[in-house]
Design a binder for this molecule. Structure first.
Ligand code: LAG
Ligand code: CA
Length: 525
């Protein structure tokens, strides 16, 4: 309730700020009446687990959905933008759309459709990156062989008059410059993301073209969209586009860096990324012995986090990873793994994991063939992570090999743990000297040791029934197995055994840089 009041205040303040500027968005939103977000049946539910798969072609995502993601309970995948784009061997060619053909270095329209179908069949929903604030910079011939950009003509869909730079100079939305002031509404929405012609998203025609493009994907079974550069579109424009979708319940997550107040201008349209979370994981996991700082997380109502129902939490994304700023990455080795384990343990928000490929140069796309198509993903396999190091270490990956975090035992185990604890509240929080733990009611208990040495804990309240449990971080999703011992079939733990004593108290030693997670489903006896 508190949060909702805060949103309303922000929205009103933003509206006043706008009306006092004569250059405010002149167009009235043309949207059909908006369904109430709170009553919407979004295909992506709060607390589900998402995975951004970056640099994966469509065939490889289809394969992972069937073999790994579906069986392991990943609920949705965020893919790269599926549109035609400029040519190149950089990943950011995907952020320069040249037309709305569903053909890219990640695959053809047929491959895209087959992936969506395979993933849906495996119970994994597809969310795509929607680059709809701008089109490609410059001019040339696209990946698909379509000319683009001359006189701002894009495949007959857009002409110069559909871009802010092509409007009459007297238009209130005219701007032909790159954004310099990244925060004020008028400049950040009407001027250019550096070098990229900015679409006049206030025009009904432009909104219709964008909706047509998104509806095409919905018709193929896509469940929702990440609105790229949402911060650079007026919230009313996104609302209007959403109002034109064939499925008004399609999941929408908007990219609005710059603080929660700003993000809250967009929450009436759908979810937002919780940027505070990668910042907090940097505090918790950049150095050994700091994870108790997660206690800050238990006061999320206080300063800076968006509404839990609309917050997508994450440790890293393609930008922070490739630009090496603002988050941990696979390069942080064991600490990155721990951060993701922790992300999956928390109740706040809806976690989105991230997985990509190893690179030596931050601009580089995943390995492409001679025609510029991305090759099938090959997981790094045994070269995963240095699990014994006492400090963050650089992962031992070959350039171009895929990190494949979705295949790690710890991640599979935590996804299964999360499914057991669901939306149960946190309790029994303990945070001291690099150790952090809590229960989720009486459904599960989680304890993390971020210290680079074995740490003893004594008599911690776990909320669990006394008994012997199998840890799901080391044991994975199926942490109990049957072995023949003395010719008798006997149930044993795959990973670490955790004994909860009388009164639900736990006294144990936790290994350096590791975590344990037990649940009602992992009770051995
Ligand atoms: C995003 N979110 O709001 C994406 O997450 C981010 O990856 C996109 O930038 C950005 N917005 C625009 O969609 C990426 C790269 C940029 C790249 C841009 C366009 O991070 O580095 O810019 O995609 O490809 C590149 C050059 C620039 C140049 C621009 C236009 O790096 O120097 O000005 O292209 O030619
Ligand atoms: Ca814009």
């Amino acid at each position: 309730m508190k949060n909702i009041a805060k949103f309303a205040a922000v929205a009103v303040a933003a509206a006043f700020a706008m009306s006092s500027i004569s250059v405010a968005n002149a167009e009235e939103p043309t949207a059909t009446p908006q369904p109430e977000l709170t009553t919407m049946a979004s295909p992506i539910s709060k607390g589900s687990v998402g995975l951004q798969m970056f640099g994966y072609n469509w065939n490889s995502i289809a394969r992972e959905c069937t073999t790994t993601l579906g069986p392991e309970g990943v609920d949705w995948v965020l893919t790269m933008a599926p549109t035609d784009h400029i040519k190149g061997n950089q990943w950011w060619i995907h952020y320069q759309p040249t037309s709305y053909e569903l053909n890219s270095d990640a695959g053809t329209r047929e491959e895209f459709a087959a992936m969506v179908k395979a993933c849906n069949t495996a119970g994994v929903k597809i969310v795509t990156d929607a680059v709809v604030n701008h089109m490609a910079g410059g001019s040339g011939t696209s990946f698909s062989g379509i000319p683009y950009g001359a006189d701002l003509n894009f495949a007959g869909i857009y002409k110069s008059e559909n871009f802010h730079r092509g409007l009459p100079t007297t238009s209130p939305n005219f701007c032909d410059k790159d954004i310099v002031d990244w925060d004020t509404l008028w400049e950040r929405t009407n001027c250019q993301f550096p070098g990229l012609p900015d679409l006049a998203t206030e025009q009904p025609y432009v909104r219709e073209q964008i909706a047509k493009y998104l509806n095409d994907q919905l018709s193929l079974g896509v469940s929702g969209f990440r609105i790229d550069a949402a911060k650079h579109m007026h919230p009313d424009d996104i609302a209007a586009i959403r109002g034109l979708l064939t499925n008004p319940n399609a999941f929408i997550v908007q990219e609005v860096p710059g603080g929660t107040d700003l993000a809250n201008e967009y929450t009436p349209n759908g979810s937002v990324w919780a940027w505070d979370v990668p910042a907090l994981t940097l505090e918790m996991f950049s150095y050994a012995g700091k994870a108790h700082r997660a206690k800050l997380y238990d006061n999320i109502d206080t300063p800076d986090f968006p509404n839990t129902d609309l917050a997508i939490t994450w440790v890293s994304n393609h930008d922070t990873e490739h630009h090496a700023s603002g988050s941990l990455t696979y390069d942080n080795g064991r600490m990155f793994e721990l951060a993701n384990i922790w992300l999956l343990s928390e109740k706040y928000g809806t976690p989105m994991l991230y997985t990509g490929y190893a690179f030596s140069n931050g601009d580089l796309q995943a390995p492409q063939d001679a025609n510029g198509k991305i090759k099938d993903a090959v997981c790094a396999g045994g070269t995963k992570i240095n699990t014994v190091a006492k400090q963050p270490t650089v992962g031992n990956y070959k350039t171009g090999s895929f990190v494949c975090l979705q295949r790690w035992t710890s991640i599979k185990g935590m996804i299964a743990w999360r499914d057991v604890v669901g939306e149960t509240d946190k309790a029994n929080v303990y945070g001291k000297a690099g150790v952090y733990g809590f229960s989720r009611g009486d459904k599960g208990y989680f304890l993390l040791n971020s210290v680079g040495a074995t740490t003893k804990v004594a008599s911690l309240a776990t909320g669990m029934k006394p008994g012997t449990y199998c840890d799901m971080v080391t044991g994975g999703a199926k942490s109990i197995t049957t072995k023949t011992i003395n010719k008798k079939a006997t149930k044993v733990c795959v990973g670490t055994t955790v004994v909860v004593g009388a009164g639900g108290k736990l006294t144990t030693s936790v290994a350096a840089l590791s975590a344990v997670a037990i649940s009602t489903s992992s009770k051995l006896k």
